[in-house]
Design a protein around this ligand. Sequence first.
Ligand SMILES: Nc1nc2c(c(=O)[nH]1)N[C@H]1C(S)=C(S)[C@@H](COP(=O)(O)OP(=O)(O)OC[C@H]3O[C@@H](n4cnc5c(=O)[nH]c(N)nc54)[C@H](O)[C@@H]3O)O[C@H]1N2
Ligand SMILES: Nc1nc2c(c(=O)[nH]1)N[C@H]1C(S)=C(S)[C@@H](COP(=O)(O)OP(=O)(O)OC[C@H]3O[C@@H](n4cnc5c(=O)[nH]c(N)nc54)[C@H](O)[C@@H]3O)O[C@H]1N2
Ligand code: SF4
Ligand SMILES: [Mo]
Length: 641
Amino acid sequence: MQVKGCCSHDCPDSCAWIAQVENGRVTSVEGATDHPITRGILCAKVRDYEERLTAKDRLLYPLRRSGPKGSGQFRRISWDEALAEIADRFHAIVVEHGGAALLPYHYYGSMGTVQRLAPMRIFHALGSSVAQGGVCGVSGAALMDEGHPVGVDPEQGVDARLIIVWGQNTLSTGHHYWHFIDEARKKGARVIGIDPRATRTMRRCDVHLAPRPGSDAILAAALGRHLLETGRADLDLAAMWVADLDAYRRAVTPWTFEAAASATGLSAKSIESFAEEFATASPALIRAGVGLQQARNGDEVVRAISALAILGGHWRHPGGGLSIMTFPAYSPQAAERSDLRQNEPRVVHGAKLAQVLTDKTLSPAIKGLMVWSANPASTQLDTPLIRKGLLRDDLFTVVAEHFLTDTARFADIVLPATTQLEHVDVQLAWGHQYVMANNPAVAPLGEARSSGAIMRGLAGALGLNHPAFRESDEEIAASTMPAGWSYAELLAAGWRKAPVSRPSLKPRERKLSIAPGDLTLAPLPADQLQLLSPKGHYFLNSNFANMPRQRQSERRPTLKMCARDATERNLVDGAPVTVKSNGRSLSLRMAVSPEVRSGYVALDGKWWNDEAGANELTASLWSPAGQPAYNEVYVTVEATT
Ligand SMILES: Nc1nc2c(c(=O)[nH]1)N[C@H]1C(S)=C(S)[C@@H](COP(=O)(O)OP(=O)(O)OC[C@H]3O[C@@H](n4cnc5c(=O)[nH]c(N)nc54)[C@H](O)[C@@H]3O)O[C@H]1N2
Ligand SMILES: Nc1nc2c(c(=O)[nH]1)N[C@H]1C(S)=C(S)[C@@H](COP(=O)(O)OP(=O)(O)OC[C@H]3O[C@@H](n4cnc5c(=O)[nH]c(N)nc54)[C@H](O)[C@@H]3O)O[C@H]1N2
Ligand code: SF4
Ligand SMILES: [Mo]
């Protein structure tokens, strides 16, 4: 039997898959050949998803902590016991401290509408605090909220004449986009890549520019200056769309090719050729990534890049513009039923969980935490501080998970969650314009339950009676369908495009701000190296670091360093090294690698904390919009003695 589903991981591609089921077992999971983005292939992470379903370390029963917090000691309990205990504790917290002392925390571990949002119904009804502010692409999202267009249908991207892959490792992090790049190339397009690392993606571009990390807004300013100086900026479009062109002009004036060269470490000549190619391409498409945003100046970087897409006039032509995130016209929000809430929620910052859990002035303090579809003790900044919060004796923590992750280890109660092969769902994509549906391939293994089933169980234990708490997962999914859509039809089809029109070329009521603030960069701290922690090819954020095949392929946690920085430190290829920052340290192997240049090193992949979690070293730093500055950590590296 073949079952139509989709990959729920946090990835722009949202692939359509076919699960092959024989005698009640999933024997393979393969990309749907007829899906316009997936085209028959999954990725190196997900291509044997049936292994995740049946992994030896999969959580299949509710657990109750039986040792000290964080010890990883648990004993099996029944669902009735688990739900009764959670309900008792949550109820007592609400009575004693008020609903605001409860905090639900979820992210895009599953992008599924039901898996992500169904439990929110409980928290709205209990009047909990809510976490706002993400850990991914926050600078881009803030830019979008200001009204900047940030999405281009990839199927239109084939008409671009110049594609700039800016701070994105496309071939690892969303490789289906490369089909469109290849098609554009066949029609004559050129591809320029901008990344401090010589990734597999950069190696496939026509030109690779490797600027100093964090210097992209300066590079963009030099291109903007060139457009204005040579009279090729689209001043008509700017007049219709932009609020502060004069301020922009003043801000970019100092950034000659030479000035930009000394700040970015690129040659003035290479910047000039890039600027000239950008000024003449019609249209250019800028495909910007998330790694690029992960610094305190991330907001400035995406603004500077958006300014280029506008001033270059690239939005005038199909296929041109800026693509950071591209969504279908579908909103999952109705699934959380915020109408069940009777108060204005207290809002805490979702990307500052360490601070929220340890803030002694927060009143009421968070006393009850439920985490699902996220692994913040691995993926947020400053994980030692998060652990300090999770270790609080007066905090009751519930985690719904597939595995005993860095976060689940700190739970008082662990609930076994279903995987995408065991539940029904629907989801948006953030790299294309299809709404994706997922049919369950098999019944839940062990006693695993979907987020919807967890919501219904908890509502029963809490005595919540509204009909919204009795809705099935299918009904929850159906409640989010765009007008005129049928969920049953979507499930049968597997996907449906909900296209979003391109931005109108008319004068805007709400004009856009493109002028950057001060772009100068602080010099690097002496003797220190900047640590980048980009995505691993075989892991998806913290997922798969526990799976044998993916681990074997990712090999081991490795600090990549250029030959010059290695020689300066008397380090040889393969040496065990101690990487230190702010009094913390990680033990890694070092590899001399041409992938990075002097001044910065890279640790790919979210290894779990006991092994080599990069966030053991990251500091509590955010951009003004709240983007966590994962890449702004400076380390010393020495041979382990
Ligand atoms: N240093 C550093 N840190 C980073 C980044 C970086 O580049 N460097 N990247 C950042 C980015 S871009 C992101 S998006 C975040 C990701 O941060 P998170 O969303 O916290 O990370 P994931 O690893 O995707 O973890 C999701 C968890 O959800 C669980 N899960 C998956 N499906 C389901 C489900 O259906 N139900 C339930 N209950 N659980 C499920 C998985 O088992 C997994 O443990 O990490 C950020 N952290
Ligand atoms: N294999 C794999 N795929 C994934 C994920 C994964 O963990 N693994 N995670 C998924 C998620 S949640 C996301 S958000 C996307 C992210 O997708 P990407 O944005 O492609 O991922 P990153 O690896 O975070 O960053 C991309 C590149 O930015 C570069 N970079 C870092 N700092 C700078 C800078 O200052 N300037 C420039 N120009 N480049 C810089 C890094 O070297 C890196 O190669 O991928 C998704 N897909
Ligand atoms: S992780 Fe991304 S590329 Fe891989 S199967 Fe899932 S959606 Fe497709
Ligand atoms: Mo992300």
